[in-house]
Design a protein around this ligand. Structure first.
Ligand code: UGA
Length: 438
């Protein structure tokens, strides 16, 4: 099929490459000339394992990138993958201007049987509004909503092997659009991936409900960590024990610094804002607490660092391992690790941050922090080492070798990712969120 992808940021670039890998003719469109030039050379503008290879295979075959929206004229299906950031000025609601502009841009080029498929995360009700606008301008084409569930760091796999495909469509005759989207996703459907057809509002809600549930799960275990800290219990053992109950499950029960990134924090806030607009804010009041628990973890981490440094961090050299909001990503948006590093620096510490991929992005955001190219360089002469993003290379560090580089063998594990016995055995003071001091 001939398919366009409007917006070639994180979501769009991965989706375009994924559709090409599924055998379609794909044209990716973005206004950003530099981004398009790089993608045409199979170079993503962000770190995502496996994406460069997927782009390379696509660009050799049926994948093209352009800044010219007119190039989509022969496509039957158009995926809208533009961003919906938190509105500027401290508002929680989502900024929908890019989504609106994408639809307006497409209108002159739509075939009579075209399907415009939204993938961006939007407040419930947006798709119906866009559908009305579409119908008013062009009576033939239809709107569909097909939320995306990919995780940064695993985006290629999540796109090629999703755990479900959800398609929301307006009331009425849906058969043609369903058949068309089944053809788009023929490859994963042949592999047995569940395909759910819903109304537009349900499809929009599935996305934010899933992210809210994940955020709630993380904040639940972090609230338990707060209790563990005052009772001397161990949150990791607690998570293991409750996680064996299949109804609960162990995944997303890793206590620590909590969630960050470009999705979970923004999505739960936009969801609360939308509930307020709909007059049912009470239904989501608990998400405010989810957000608060999450933010408290960062403060607690700074408190722990201060305590380990004897009550003040002024002039103390602190090594921070990890800047990305999670491993296998160079994304530092709302990164808990960088947030803690910046707080410590503002309190007078000499903070040296390192990360395998995210140093450049971190430096753009926090130019005042010091940066190192390796953990060895970062910990040199440090009085405290903090592991704030659980990159596998940090989890595998040798406590004996590291011990020779630092001034004091003191380590704070912000992600409960290290083996306390190994570090303590090498003479380190090990502390973590939600675990006894030992
Ligand atoms: C999240 C969702 O997991 C995806 O399903 C969704 O498609 C995506 O948002 C999106 O809306 O586009 P992502 O932001 O890539 O994906 O990251 P997650 O893997 O969900 O991790 C989010 C944060 O939670 C990270 O900071 C991570 O360190 C933290 N986390 C995760 C925990 O603190 N504990 C856990 O047990 C798991």
């Amino acid at each position: 099929m001939q398919i366009s992808v409007i917006g070639c940021g994180y979501l769009g670039a991965v989706h375009a490459a994924g559709l090409a890998a599924m055998g379609h003719d794909v044209i990716g469109v973005d206004q950003d000339v530099q981004k398009i030039e790089l993608l045409a050379r199979s170079i993503p503008s962000f770190h995502e394992p496996g994406l460069a290879e997927l782009l390379r295979d696509g660009v050799r075959g049926s994948l093209r990138f352009t800044t010219d929206i007119a190039a989509v004229a022969d496509c039957r299906v158009h995926f809208v993958c533009v961003g919906t950031p938190q509105r500027a000025g401290g508002e929680y609601a989502a900024d929908l201007s890019f989504v609106d502009a994408a639809l307006e841009g497409l209108l002159p080029y739509l075939l009579p049987d075209a399907v415009v498929v939204g993938k961006s995360t939007v407040p419930v009700g947006t798709a119906e509004r866009l559908g009305r606008r579409l119908h008013e301008a062009r009576p033939g084409p239809v709107i569909a909503w097909n939320p995306e569930f990919l995780r940064e760091g695993h985006a290629v796999d999540d796109t090629l092997h999703p755990d479900r495909i959800v398609v929301g469509l307006p009331e009425g005759d849906r058969e043609e659009a369903v058949a068309c989207l089944r053809e788009v996703y023929a490859a994963p459907l042949a592999a047995g991936v569940p395909f759910l057809v819903t109304d537009l509002a349900t499809a929009e809600l599935v996305k934010v409900a899933a992210n809210s549930f994940l955020a709630t799960k993380i904040s639940f275990i972090n609230a338990m960590a707060e209790l563990c800290e005052v009772t001397g219990a161990d949150v990791t053992q607690l998570a293991d024990a409750i996680g064996y109950d299949a109804r609960i499950g162990r995944r997303f029960l890793d206590a620590g610094l909590g969630f960050g990134g470009g999705c979970l924090p923004k999505d739960i806030r936009a969801f609360m804002a939308r509930a307020g607009e709909l007059g049912i804010d009470q239904a989501l009041t608990f998400l405010r607490e989810v957000d608060s628990i999450n933010k408290r973890r960062r403060v607690r981490m700074v408190d722990l660092a201060r305590a380990e440094c004897g009550g003040s961090v002024v002039g103390r050299r602190i090594a921070v391992l990890g800047a990305a909001f999670k491993p296998h990503s160079d994304d530092v948006r709302d990164s808990p690790a960088l947030n803690v590093a910046a707080q410590l620096q503002l309190q007078g510490a000499e903070v040296v941050v390192t990360d395998p991929c995210a140093v450049d992005n971190a430096r753009d955001r926090w130019p005042d922090l010091k940066y190192a190219h390796s953990p060895e360089e970062a910990v040199a002469d440090a009085e405290l080492v903090m592991v704030l993003t659980e990159w596998p290379e940090y989890v595998a560090l040798d406590p004996v070798a590291m011990g020779d580089l630092v001034r004091h063998r003191r380590i704070l594990d912000g992600r409960n990712a290290l083996d306390p016995a190994r570090w303590r055995g090498a003479g380190w003071t090990y502390r973590a969120l939600g675990r006894a001091r030992a």
